[in-house]
Design a protein around this ligand. Structure first.
Ligand SMILES: NC(=O)C1=CN([C@@H]2O[C@H](COP(=O)(O)OP(=O)(O)OC[C@H]3O[C@@H](n4cnc5c(N)ncnc54)[C@H](OP(=O)(O)O)[C@@H]3O)[C@@H](O)[C@H]2O)[C@@H](O)CC1
Ligand SMILES: Nc1ncnc2c1ncn2[C@@H]1O[C@H](COP(=O)(O)OP(=O)(O)O)[C@@H](O)[C@H]1O
Ligand SMILES: [K+]
Length: 466
């Protein structure tokens, strides 16, 4: 049982492809289900501490896992009952059912138990739960002290994270073989409780992963302020937003941060204030240019954005700038670009849609040629090359003004330090989440920017000096 940072994330189709590849290598569905069920049973035995377990088994292979779990617990002398919804459909699930020699109650008639194991539906849920099934599940969850979902809580859509009748959150979800998008995307993620990953002996591709602690370069004897990574921030109509992004870039480890568009000295005095002109914008030492936080949307600011886009710097495009560009314009510009939209900015730039957040982020990366950081309580980072990183749940106290400006600055510092756009975006998201965790409750964005320093220190030393 392992924590989820850095774990592979697979859609339902990806998971089936990985299973199929394992079968072609000589593995069997029965052996895989046995490994999955036994790994779950070992975790459940520890978590239930001797209490009676009720396993709910559905008609598919998720239910097959449930029968293996029940048989394994019973063989170990653990008190366990089984209640089923329908009869197993696949050969492998029927075999698993045959391995359970105890009685099988029905979902609608069974009595509650202190520990409930939900093995009704996993990645094969194809339509919303019937209300009668959801109601029966709700009653059993409400009566249980602990609910453990196998692979996924029943009633969530694997790929989009939408709720398809899931009546109540589980306490723990045991993900099998790899994470699925629903473990990370809202609202399903909130119905998973704590997610733990169990190895079932399949190897998953790393195209999509959970955001993990980054490897960031450390300064060494040859370092100076410019080769540590220089960040420049365009100051717009709301100066505070750009100041926050600048403070964040400094605390996230940038060696030199310049605020373009302001020359009046003010704290922090380490922040270099320069006029915004062709010389300052064109400074070849700039490793990442941030444009958009507090920019404003008037014609003058549109012209300022055009000037930023006309440079050949790596860009972080945030806030108002996302209302002033089109995906086609960005694609035509090319170069390294990271866009950091929240949901409203995303809709404005790419149009609204009912599709899932992961699919939308990936399509947006394709359309714009930029790395997309689709923010929110379930931030998704998508690269135009198809790779994606999904953030684990972060502090809900991040829902405070200016926290997005801080993220833009943190990402810019990582980009200027030499990480590729996907790596920089994911590193910035990780630092931002870690800073928020360190801040505890009720922080303001200024505190968050300062906490990037300790967050950065927590991963110091991951990469040799440069
Ligand atoms: N492949 C392997 O070897 C391994 C797989 N593993 C495990 O298998 C799980 C995936 O199994 P799965 O593909 O059988 O799908 P599953 O989630 O059990 O549901 C499908 C069944 O539910 C039915 N159904 C769907 N929606 C419904 C609804 N609303 N209301 C009522 N019925 C509904 C659906 O019927 P249908 O839609 O076809 O009419 C079908 O009968 C995966 O999450 C993991 O736990 C592991 O053991 C590792 C080895
Ligand atoms: N409820 C939440 N839980 C976790 N993170 C959140 C939540 N709400 C917002 N965030 C994060 O906080 C930041 C908010 O950014 P944004 O909406 O651009 O704010 P602002 O424009 O005020 O700077 C994003 O990084 C987002 O992912
Ligand atoms: K389940």
């Amino acid at each position: 049982m392992r924590q989820i940072e850095g774990a592979a994330v697979l859609t339902a189709a990806d998971m089936r492809a990985v299973e199929q590849a394992a079968f072609e290598q000589g593995d069997s569905a029965a052996a895989m289900m046995r490994r999955a069920g036994q790994a779950c049973a070992a975790a459940i035995r520890r978590l239930s501490a001797g209490s009676e377990v009720l396993v709910l088994c559905g008609p598919g292979n998720n239910g097959g896992d449930g029968y293996v779990i029940a048989a394994t617990l019973a063989a170990d002398g653990h008190p366990v009952r089984v209640a089923a919804l329908g009869t197993p459909g696949s050969d492998v699930a029927q075999q698993a059912r045959a391995g359970w020699v105890g009685p099988v109650e029905t979902l609608h008639d069974t009595a509650p138990a202190p520990v409930l194991v939900d093995a009704l539906f996993g990645i094969g849920l194809s339509h919303p739960l019937d209300p009668a099934i959801a109601q029966a599940l709700l009653v059993l969850i409400a009566a249980a002290r602990l609910t453990i979902a196998i692979d996924l809580p029943s009633g969530v859509d694997t790929d989009s994270g939408a709720l398809l009748g899931c009546p109540a959150p589980a306490d723990i979800t045991l993900a099998l073989g790899a994470l699925k998008p629903a473990h990370l995307l809202q609202p399903a993620a909130s119905h998973c409780g704590a997610v733990r990953l169990l190895d079932i002996g399949v190897s998953a591709p790393d195209t999509m992963q959970v955001v993990a602690a980054p490897a960031l370069p450390m300064p060494g004897p040859h370092s100076h302020k410019f080769n540590r990574g220089m960040v420049a921030i365009v100051r717009g109509r709301m100066a505070g937003a750009a100041e926050l992004a600048a403070a964040a870039a400094m605390h996230a480890g940038s060696g030199y941060v310049a605020l373009l568009g302001s020359t009046i000295p003010a704290a922090p005095h380490a922040l270099v204030r320069r006029k915004l002109n062709d010389e300052s914008l064109g400074d070849p030492r700039i490793g990442a240019l941030v444009v958009g936080p507090g920019l404003g949307r008037d014609d003058d600011m549109r012209a300022t954005l055009e000037r930023a886009l006309a440079t050949d710097h790596s860009l972080v495009v945030d806030g108002d700038a996302l209302h002033l560009v089109t995906p086609e314009q960005l694609r035509a510009r090319g170069g390294q670009m990271i866009l950091t939209p929240h949901a409203g900015e995303f809709d404005a730039l790419f149009g609204s849609s009912d599709a899932g957040k992961l699919d939308r982020a990936r399509a947006a990366a394709q359309a714009s040629g930029a790395t997309i950081v689709f923010k929110g309580a379930d931030t998704v980072v998508a690269s135009p090359d198809g790779r994606a990183r999904l953030a684990p749940a972060a502090s809900n106290w991040l829902s405070t003004a200016g926290s997005g400006d801080v993220l833009a600055g943190a990402i810019a510092a990582c980009l200027a330090a030499g990480l590729d756009p996907l790596g920089a975006a994911a590193a910035g998201v990780w630092l931002h989440g870690e800073a928020a965790r360190r801040c505890g409750p009720a922080f303001i964005a200024d505190d968050l920017a300062c906490a990037l320093g300790p967050a950065r220190a927590a991963v110091a030393g991951a990469v040799p000096p440069r």
